[in-house]
Ligand binder design. Structure first.
Ligand code: ZN
Length: 247
């Protein structure tokens, strides 16, 4: 089975469509797993929700899904994120919000754990440090886990018998990570709709369940199309500009 792993789409439909085309061109996709933050920041939240639904995606909630429905306040958001969350809240229908509110925070799918932040704090904690990775891995019951939220492709690996120690590395375009070879591993596919590692291309991963290999991919998309829609929606200037530079 080939599983497409996407995260942090953030209402950026051109980026999502580019990822779907690119992943499909390399071979049939059998399932789609989404690690949250499908809405917020970008100009096409409803379209991204509908696209994921049409793919039958397995989907966990991110902090942005919770913020746009009002299930969580935006006090912890920076002013740009809060403004975008208010705009998104106005765009979504009641039935779309009901759908988002029903999303679980943690899912175990085919022996893999899916969560937006970390298992210590599913909606909020960023898995940036080895300390956070160790905290997460201590709670991860499966050998493979997937997280999003940081918008940076990364892997943290724990070797057998080394529960106080893990190695954390960035993952580059085309790089494959072998699951099943270590005691526990947590992988972040980066962000489809708002990359923050200095590479503006959309980021995603494909998990080959037979080979137990996860491969990271980057693909160009029409950034200007998304930016033009954001300008028309009068979304904050910094949110528009950052897409050009991947920060
Ligand atoms: Zn996000």
């Amino acid at each position: 089975m080939r599983v497409l792993i996407v995260s942090d789409i953030h209402g950026n439909l051109p980026a999502l469509e580019a990822v779907l085309r690119d992943s499909d061109a390399a071979g049939e996709i059998d399932a789609v797993w989404c690690l949250g933050d499908t809405v917020g920041y970008g100009p096409q939240p409803s379209e991204c929700i509908a696209r994921l639904e049409s793919l039958g995606a397995v989907w966990v909630a991110g902090n942005h899904e919770r913020a746009v429905t009002g299930a969580m306040g935006t006090e912890e958001f920076n002013p740009n994120a809060a403004a975008a969350a208010r705009w998104t809240a106005k765009m979504l229908s009641d039935s779309e919000k009901t759908r988002l509110d029903a999303l679980p925070e943690v899912v175990k799918q085919d022996g893999v754990t899916l969560v937006h932040g970390t298992l210590r704090d599913p909606l909020w904690e960023y898995l940036y440090s080895e300390e956070a990775a160790l905290g997460h891995l201590a709670l991860q019951e499966t050998s493979l886990g997937l997280v999003g939220h940081t918008h940076i492709p990364m892997v943290a690996v724990q070797q057998p018998g080394r529960s106080n120690d893990c190695r954390m590395n960035r993952v580059q375009d085309g790089q494959s990570v072998q699951a099943g070879a270590s005691e526990k591993l947590v992988f972040n596919p980066g962000s489809v709709g708002q990359p923050r590692d200095g590479d503006p291309r959309a980021s995603y991963a494909v998990y080959d369940t037979e080979a137990q290999a996860i491969t990271l991919h980057r693909v160009e998309y029409e950034v200007e199309v998304t930016q033009k829609l954001m300008e028309e929606a009068r979304l904050p200037r910094w949110l528009i500009e950052r897409l050009s530079v991947g920060r």
